[in-house]
Structures are given as C-alpha cells and as structure tokens.
Design a protein around this ligand. Structure first.
Ligand code: UT7
Length: 332
C-alpha cells in the first residue's frame, strides 16, 4: 500500500571540500591502479576534507548555500535531521553543531545513523513532520567525512570513499501532483557483520588495543555487500513502483546511492532504463555515504534533468543492511 506524505523537496544544495584526490594520487598511497579502480567501481576522483574539517562543517556549508538560494532565514527552520555515520563526535549530535552555526534558533534536530541509506531514511523521517502539519520547513542533510574512518593501508576500502554533504529543504505539498508518493525502508541486521566499524562505541570503547588492531576503520566484505546491493536495489525499485501502479517506464529519473557503478548499471539493466534516466556521479565523488543522493539531486537539477511533475526514485542499500527507497513527483 502506498504511503503518501504531503511534503515535497523545494530546494537542494551540496558541498564538497576543495581537495581533489585522483586515482593516480591513490596509486601513491596504496598498491592499486587507476585501471582497477575505474573498471571495478567507476570512480576516477573523490574529494578529501583536510584535517580539522568534520561532517558538521560540510553539512553547514551545504545548508547555508541552500538557505541563501531559497531566500529562507535560518530562524524559519523548524527541524534539522542529519544523516551521518561520521558525526563530529558521539555527542552532541551533528545536528546541534549545524543548528548553532546556521543560527537556526527555532529548530530542534537530531542525527540519524543508517549508513548509505541514511539520507533516504532522514528524508522520510523529516517529511513526516511536514506531512503531519506540525512543521513547515525541515532541513534534511546527508554529510560524511569518510576519510576519518578509512584505513589507508586497506586498498580494498580506502579507494572507494570520499567526503561530501548535501542538503534539501522539505516543505508542505499542496496537492497529490507533487511531493512524496511513497517510501520503502527495510533493515536486515543479519548483514551487519559485512560492513561495519568495530570500535569506538560501547562494545569496544577506544583503547590502545583497539587502535593497534585498526578497529576504528571501515571493515567490509566487499563481495557479500555487492551481491546484496545488486539484488535488493532492483527488487526494491520494482516493489515500490508496482504497489503504486507504476512501471519503470514512468520514471523520469532514478537517483541511486553511488557505491559502485556496476551495482547501479545492474539495477538499471534490470529496470530496462537508458543512461538518461539514471543519475551517475560516482566518477567525481566516490562513495560519500549519506551524501550521495542529495549530491546526485544537486547534479540532476544543475543538468536540468528534473522538471516539475517528473516521477523520481531515490534508492539506496547500505550497511546494516539498510535499504531505502523514496518515490516522488518533483515539485519545482
Ligand atoms: O555504500 C556501502 C555499500 N558498499 C558497497 O556497495 C560496496 C560493494 N562492494 C563492491 O563494490 C566491490 O565488492 C568492491 C569494489 C569493494 C571490490 O570489487 P570486487 O570486484 O568484488 O573485487 P574483490 O574484492 O573480489 O577483489 C578482486 C581482486 C582481489 O585480488 P585477488 O585475490 O583476485 O588476487 C583483491 O585483492 O582485486 C584485489 N583488489 C585490488 N586490486 C587493486 C582489491 N582492492 C584493490 C585495489 N586495487 N584497490
């Protein structure tokens, strides 16, 4: 059954730190090649934050750009939801740091941890408050500084990720012709062991031992995650379309999480979509975790690939395992 939320995205903005790191640069850090990275993942370059630059800084930049673009004053914001797996610190929440830097004095907020599905989850959660009528302007932000948890001695993971942030403004939708039509989220916790950061939480608090064992870094069973993502991305897409009486032919654009070009192309093939209907920017940014989808929306808007009324599908699979799909009619 479809679960319409009377809420729509009315603006998007992104921010990446200026330092570009190419595959040639990665060749100097680990035993890898440009050819391997490009052919196995589709990545050519990514952006790395400098030391001292955290997720809150990237998220604040994206949010500031968005507010300026929309002509919205910070004190008009009711709620800030930040999806991240690389919060500046365990507490206070990144949302609190961003709220303060923006001067969003009337907003409350919190962080949401759902890894690569984080933005889709945060959008659904933020939009609920708008749909319920209690909130008028909600900022939903995906921000990650993945370099803060990458092991630059592990070539199988460190070449995959980059740093970035994206922000969207969510406001009430006037009619069924615009805004969020449906969402579909799942958790399969049995896959948790395939992509995780073992230490730093309450199970393994930081100690000399956890540092020596490199437990504060991303650990991934790449092939397991790959197979799950390929299967679930297309299954989820079909399910959410089907239960709304739609088919992939009705889609104007899919904005998928950018983890691996081969995962995106597999989904694209199963849905029978041509390249014009699938947003790809992994070549420039790598996997920025919670930021991939809002940054994809920024590119889609800039490339004029979205028109008012277009059917758009946001879709992600990530650590947890978590899955997220949000179907909407583009509203501007
Ligand atoms: O966003 C969160 C969700 N994450 C994902 O969706 C990631 C899903 N997984 C993947 O995208 C892929 O599994 C990877 C890109 C991580 C790896 O690609 P793969 O085709 O599954 O490679 P593999 O792990 O099977 O490794 C193949 C070979 C191995 O060498 P041998 O054992 O065949 O000699 C690896 O040691 O490639 C080697 N390898 C590398 N070689 C050069 C692994 N990493 C690298 C590297 N450069 N960076």
């Amino acid at each position: 059954m479809s679960q319409r939320i009377a809420a729509k995205i009315t603006g998007v903005a992104g921010y990446v730190p200026p330092r570009v790191v190419t595959n040639a640069d990665m060749e100097k850090m680990v035993d890898t090649t440009d050819e391997w990275i490009r052919s196995r993942t589709g990545i050519r370059e990514r952006h790395f934050a400098d030391p001292g630059v955290a997720s809150s800084h990237l998220g604040t930049e994206a949010a500031k750009k968005l507010l300026a673009m929309k002509g919205v004053r910070p004190e008009e914001i009711d709620l800030i939801v930040v999806a991240t797996v690389t919060p500046d610190m365990l507490f206070p929440a990144t949302a609190c740091l961003i709220q303060d830097r923006l001067g969003a004095t009337k907003a409350w907020g919190f962080d949401l941890s759902a890894a690569c599905s984080g933005f889709a989850y945060a959008l659904t959660v933020g939009a609920q408050f708008v749909g319920a009528g209690s909130h008028k302007k909600v900022l939903v932000i995906g921000a990650d500084v993945m370099t803060s948890i990458l092991d630059f001695k592990d070539r199988a993971t460190c070449v995959l990720f980059g740093d970035g942030a994206g922000a969207v403004l969510v406001e009430p939708a006037a009619s069924e012709a615009e805004g969020i039509i449906d969402f579909l989220h799942e958790v399969d916790g049995s896959g948790g062991c395939n992509l995780y950061m073992p230490a730093g939480g309450s199970l393994h608090p930081p100690s000399h031992e956890t540092v020596d064992k490199r437990m504060h870094y991303v650990h991934q069973e790449g092939q397991q995650v790959f197979k799950y993502a390929v299967r679930r991305m297309s299954e989820l897409a079909c399910e959410i379309l089907e239960r709304n009486g739609l088919t992939s032919r009705d889609l104007a654009l899919v904005v998928p999480h950018q983890a691996n070009l081969r995962i995106i192309r597999a989904m694209q093939e199963r849905l029978g979509l041509d390249d014009s209907k699938v947003l790809v920017n992994i070549d420039h940014y790598g996997n920025t975790t919670a930021a991939t989808i809002p940054m994809g929306l920024v590119d889609a808007v800039e490339q004029k690939r979205l028109r008012k009324g277009d059917l758009v599908l946001l879709i992600a699979v990530g650590a947890g395992y978590t899955t997220g799909a949000v179907l909407m009619r583009w509203a501007y």
